[in-house]
Design a protein around this ligand. Sequence first.
Ligand code: EPZ
Length: 418
Amino acid sequence: MDKYIINGGNKLYGGVKIQTAKNSVLPILAAAVLAGDKVRILNAPHITDVANMVRILGCLGCRSVYEGEDIIIDSTCADCFEIPRELAHELRSSVFLLGPLIARFKRARIAYPGGCDIGLRPVDLHLSGLKRLGVSIRESNGYIYCECEKLCGNEIMLDCPSVGATENIMLAAVLAEGDTVIKNAAREPEIEDLQKFLNSIGAKVRGAGSGTIAVSGVKKLGGGEFQPMADRIEAGTFLIAAAMCGGEIEAQGISSEFISSLLHKLRENGCKIYSKNDKIILKRLGGLVSVKSIETQPYPGFPTDLQAQMTALCCICRGQSIITENLFETRFKYVPELRKMGADITVAGRNAFVRGTEKFNGATVVACDLRGGAALVLAALAAEGRSEVFDISHTDRGYGMFEYKLRSLGADIVRAAV
Ligand code: EPZ
């Protein structure tokens, strides 16, 4: 496990190229199993979740090769429908393979997925959706066993707009017989990206981004190449970093429409924000003003994946804020670590009550999940004095070249082996 050593207090200046989106690449990697041919994913991010997903595809019999920044997945010879515990447990996205494996092999055996420890993270909506397509499912000893004679299109109503369940059902429905309609589907931009990818390899999907997605099953899909969208959460993380440290940065290759809920809050905090084509410029020269409340919601509401980073920002604003986490039951695990840096936060159930203080003080802290770890890094960058952030394997899961990008903006951060 590595750590970051950070000397806080530097303002951030300059441009940062935003990586390809983790939460778009991961379901697209799962979808590559459906192609039965070569799929090239352009400019894949250098993050461990992608590396682990490629390892899982390898265990299914797919051949993968990195060519420069691209990943080429050849699923022609895929011949296995089982994912063992030690691999499935590495990340949440292993569950996205249920749909493609059933569509390809008419069966699947996957251990329960892993991922950030931010809540119960059930998969009941994934499984109930697959059952509606004719899949019989048995769960025992931590494994999910699926099989079906034939996938048949159907109408599916999701109890909540689950991103993963929406994607899993899309991935099963594209090769089903007949039409499928997914109602109360998640609207995240990454789902529109998955629709674009699937249609580029011969599927017939429409409606992603609205609450209703329609899939007309086809007989076969093929290979192709695809540039997934930019990572709106990485972009938001860098913009919040600049808001906390002060200075002026330009996030490059990202559309402001995908994080408009964040930009609205950062303007309330006193930041000046301009966006043009695929660039977002944030300038913070004066003091930070607190926002009264932040409530995480499914897209297009405030993203839960920026909740921790925004809470860290609220800690050094003048005034008080209430942060409400509506999607995950235990997504405030980073708060005790922020308190070590001087934060004044009280957590009660789904709410965090923040009283702004002048500044963070450097401290030794431990990351406990991907976005909570990012929040600790941002707090250390804005803190007075030296900090060490341990267990940064969590941030490595979703932020490629994190310390290099931050250093290029003027941050004093180095990685060290522990
Ligand atoms: C995806 O997770 C993202 N991960 C998460 O990003 C993100 O926080 C989340 O969507 C919400 O936007 C990837 O795309 C790889 P959900 P997912 O199913 O699909 C409940 C990050 O930091 N639910 O939309 O697991 C669930 O408990 C990660 O990049 C059920 O009840 O999220 C939660 O309360 C963290 N039953 C809510 O839905 C189910 O079967 C939202 O979960 C599935 C979900």
